[in-house]
Design a protein around this ligand. Structure first.
Ligand code: ATP
Ligand code: MG
Length: 304
């Protein structure tokens, strides 16, 4: 089932900045979509369009069939959003904040209490519920914002940099939560992030945007196929026969770009026959980070 749909979505700000250009996309239920791109690429603008905080200049979008520009309240009932500056109340405790936001969604108070307790626990804030928000650290605030986005059990979750400012353990925790929400509870997650390694651990599909334009979209395998198909073969060997085209990358370390894993046995055999003892063979496929840099650099190259 398609849960989030963008059709030639474009946004020009009043000052004339074209922030999102003709972006088309469709997400299925339970997907964790990684929306990646450099600063100023148009990610937050897209999230704001999907939440009805901004209206498109051209094109349209739907969240569970609802047009956020026309019926933002309806979209807010079925979706949760975590943006950079979530509005919450400093003079209230974490628990009070969550219960207050639950009341805005008409959640009965007993249910609101139990959801609040369980979310605080899931986000490692069980000891912080009674503290005023003014005493929260950046990372605690960030996690409470995520709890707030989840209080009404949304079907779609928009997360703009959910792990920025979190320590590695909290970030892992949040990533595990995102994974559980998507895989176990079937929530669709639209995730803007710069943290490519985390993204590679939890996303099922990616979109790369730069300067408002989608550069590529697909699963990691699809992006590898379209953008960087080469595998780097890394070999640790005592001797490397000079006739082989390997480059030296360190002490007893050699590298070669190959197109297919089927090249590996023949290469290893040649090294051994040439008198080299092989200690380690690794076929390293391009990471999301490699693809990101190849694409964004290519985009810049074309623009020049
Ligand atoms: N309210 C606004 N008025 C005018 N221009 C804006 C406004 N908000 C954003 N922009 C511009 O639109 C472009 C896209 O910004 P956006 O915030 O969507 O980028 P982003 O991909 O979220 O970047 P980051 O990774 O830094 O969060 C940028 O050039 C930005 O300067
Ligand atoms: Mg942003």
């Amino acid at each position: 089932m398609e849960t989030v749909v963008l059709q030639s979505l474009s946004k020009t700000y009043s000052g004339g900045k074209l922030a999102v250009r003709q972006v088309s996309l469709s997400l299925n239920q339970g997907e964790v979509f990684g929306f990646l791109g450099p600063n100023g690429a148009g990610k937050t603008t897209t999230v704001k369009l999907l939440n009805g905080m901004l209206s498109p200049t051209e094109g349209s979008c739907q969240v569970l069939g609802i047009n956020p520009a026309k019926e933002p309240e309806k979209v807010h009932r079925v979706s949760g959003v975590l943006t950079e500056h979530a509005q919450m109340y400093d003079n209230m405790t974490g628990t009070q904040n969550l219960i207050f936001y639950a009341s805005l969604f008409d959640i009965p108070s007993r249910e609101a209490r139990s959801r609040t307790e369980s979310l605080l626990k899931r986000l490692g804030l069980e000891n912080a519920g009674a503290k005023k928000l003014s005493a929260y650290s950046t990372g605690m605030r960030q996690r409470l914002s995520l709890a707030r986005a989840l209080i009404h059990q949304p079907r779609v979750l928009f997360l703009d940099e959910p792990t920025s400012g979190l320590d590695p353990e909290s970030a892992q925790n949040v990533n595990q939560l995102i994974r559980d929400l998507a895989y176990r509870e079937g929530i669709t997650v639209f995730l803007c992030t710069h943290q490519l390694r985390y993204a590679q651990e939890i996303c099922t599909r990616y979109g790369l945007i730069e300067d408002g334009t989608m550069l590529a979209e697909g699963t990691l395998e699809e992006l590898r196929h379209d953008v960087l198909s080469d595998t780097v073969l890394k070999i640790r060997a005592e001797i490397m026969p000079a006739i082989l085209p390997f480059r030296k990358s360190g002490e007893n370390q050699y590298e070669l770009d190959i197109h297919s894993d089927s090249e590996i046995p023949h290469l290893v055999r040649q090294i051994v026959e040439g008198g080299g003892d092989v200690y380690d063979v690794t076929a390293q496929k391009p990471s999301l980070e490699d693809i990101y840099f190849a694409l964004t650099a290519k985009g810049k190259g074309e623009a020049m």
